[in-house]
Design a protein around this ligand. Structure first.
Ligand code: PLP
Length: 383
C-alpha cells in the first residue's frame, strides 16, 4: 500500500517484503500439516521448517543444531539469559544500562529471583561500554562464573560495539558472551563459525519479514532448558506447534537481506549522511547521538534539537506533517516516555531527541521533504 506518508521508523519495525509475502502465501495456502505428524502432510510441513533452517544457517554460517525458532527476539533473549543462569551456573552478568528492555527487565528478574549479580558497565559519550571497565570486570573474581551480555547495535541511537574484539576478550577469560543482535541481523554479516559469540538472536520484523517470529543461536556446546514445556518441538528447546508461514517468511527475508546487503547498506549510508548534514546545517545547536564513523548503524540517526516544548510535540508535529519517526524507543508500549538510553548520554536538558530510521525504500525525495518540514518546524519554533 503506497501512501504519501513518509515512514522513517524502520528500527521499530519494517513492512513485509512482497517476495516474502509471496512465499508465506504459498506456504499458508498449500501446507497445513502439523510438522510433528508422521504422515505426508506433516512431513511436507517439516521439510519447509528444515529448509528454512538450512537457509538461515547458511547466511549466518551456523550449524543446523545451533539455531532454534522462537516467537520473537524477546523470547529468544529470555530463554538464553534464564538458561545461562539456571543451567550453566552463571552467577554474574556484565551488561550495559543501554540494553533493550527485553534484556534489562530479564536481568532485573534474575537478580531478584535467582540472586545473581548484575554489573552495568559505565558507557562513554557515544553510548558504548567502556573497554577498560569490560577488561577489569572480566578479570575480577575469576572463580565466579560470568556472562557478558551486550547488544551489537543500539536500537535508539545506532551505536555499535565490536563483537569480535569483545568476544575474543570473553574467550580469553573463559566468560560466556551473549549479544542482542536484533537490530543487526539482516544488515550486518555474522560468520558464526568464526565470531566468538555464544548466544545471539534475530527477529524477522526488523528485516522485512513477518512479525511474531524470531530465532536464537545457541552455540553447540551449551545445553539449556527451554522456557516453554510441552510437545518438545525445536529439539526440546521451544515447545509449541511451529509457525511455518513465519519461519518460511523469515528465511526468505534473511536471504533477500543477505543477497542485497551491499547495495542496501550503501543506500542507507548515503541517506543518513545527507539527512545528518542538512539537519546540522539548519541550526548550530543540533547534535547527533552515538555518531562514530564506522561504528554506527547507517539505518539510525538520533538527533537532538533545541527544545521549547515536549518531545511529543516535535513527534506530533512531524506526524501531522506526514512523517513517522520516533522519540526514543517505540518498541514497548507505543507511549513515549523518558528514554533510559538517552538518560545515559551527555545530552543538554534543553534539547529534545528524535530518532529517524531508514531502509532501502527511503528516497531522496522523502529526505528533501523531511528537511523542509524540520526547517519550518524549527523556524516556527514549534519544537
Ligand atoms: N532487541 C532490540 C535491540 C530491539 O530493537 C528489539 C525490538 O523491538 C528487541 C530486542 C525485541 O525484539 P522483538 O520485537 O522481536 O521481541
Amino acid at each position: 500500500m503506497k501512501t504519501d506518508r513518509i515512514y522513517l521508523d524502520y528500527a521499530a519495525t519494517t513492512p513485509l517484503d512482497p517476495e516474502v509475502l509471496a512465499v508465506m502465501c504459498e506456504v499458508g495456502t498449500t501446507i497445513f500439516g502439523n510438522p510433528s505428524s508422521i504422515h505426508a502432510e506433516g512431513r511436507v510441513a517439516r521439510t519447509i521448517i528444515e529448509e528454512s533452517r538450512k537457509s538461515i544457517c547458511k547466511v549466518l554460517n551456523a550449524s543446523l543444531n545451533e539455531l532454534f525458532f522462537t516467537s520473537c527476539g524477546t523470547e529468544a533473549h529470555n530463554t538464553i539469559l534464564t538458561g545461562a543462569v539456571r543451567d550453566l551456573g552463571v552467577r554474574r552478568i556484565i551488561s550495559s544500562p543501554l540494553e533493550h528492555h527485553c534484556i534489562l527487565h530479564t536481568l532485573e528478574y534474575l537478580r531478584s529471583h535467582d540472586r545473581i549479580e548484575v554489573v552495568y558497565l559505565p558507557v562513554n559519550a557515544f553510548g558504548q561500554p567502556s573497554q577498560e571497565a569490560i577488561q577489569a570486570e572480566l578479570a575480577r573474581d575469576p572463580e565466579i562464573k560470568k556472562m557478558v551480555s551486550l547488544m551489537h547495535v543500539n536500537n535508539e541511537i545506532g551505536v555499535q560495539i565490536d563483537l569480535l574484539e569483545i568476544g575474543r576478550l570473553c574467550r580469553d577469560h573463559q566468560v560466556l558472551f551473549h549479544s542482542d543482535t536484533v537490530q543487526g541481523i539482516g544488515f550486518d554479516r555474522y560468520d558464526l563459525q568464526h565470531l566468538p559469540v555464544d548466544f545471539m538472536a534475530g527477529s524477522a520484523h526488523k528485516f522485512f519479514g513477518p512479525k511474531g517470529i524470531g530465532f536464537m543461536f545457541i552455540r553447540n556446546d551449551h545445553r539449556l532448558h527451554p522456557l516453554l514445556y510441552g510437545g518438545s518441538q525445536e529439539r526440546n528447546m521451544r515447545s509449541g506447534t511451529e509457525n511455518i508461514m513465519g519461519i518460511a517468511g523469515m528465511a526468505k527475508a534473511l536471504e533477500l537481506a543477505h543477497s542485497n546487503q551491499d547495495s542496501r547498506i550503501a543506500h542507507l549510508q548515503a541517506i543518513r549522511s545527507r539527512l545528518k548534514g542538512e539537519l546540522l546545517a539548519l541550526d548550530p545547536d543540533i547534535s547527533i547521538n552515538g555518531d562514530l564513523p564506522g561504528q554506527t548503524s547507517p539505518k539510525i540517526l538520533s538527533v537532538n534539537v533545541p527544545r521549547d516544548a515536549r518531545t511529543e510535540l516535535l513527534l506530533m508535529n512531524l506526524d501531522i506533517a506526514g512523517v513517522s519517526a520516533s522519540g526514543g524507543s517505540a518498541c514497548s508500549s507505543g507511549v513515549e516516555s523518558a528514554s533510559h538510553v538517552l538518560a545515559h548520554l551527555p545530552i543538554d536538558p534543553d534539547q529534545t531527541t528524535v530518532r529517524f530510521s531508514f531502509s532501502h525504500h527511503t528516497t531522496d525525495q522523502e529526505i528533501d521533504r523531511v528537511i523542509d518540514i524540520m526547517d519550518s518546524l524549527m523556524r516556527r519554533k514549534v519544537v
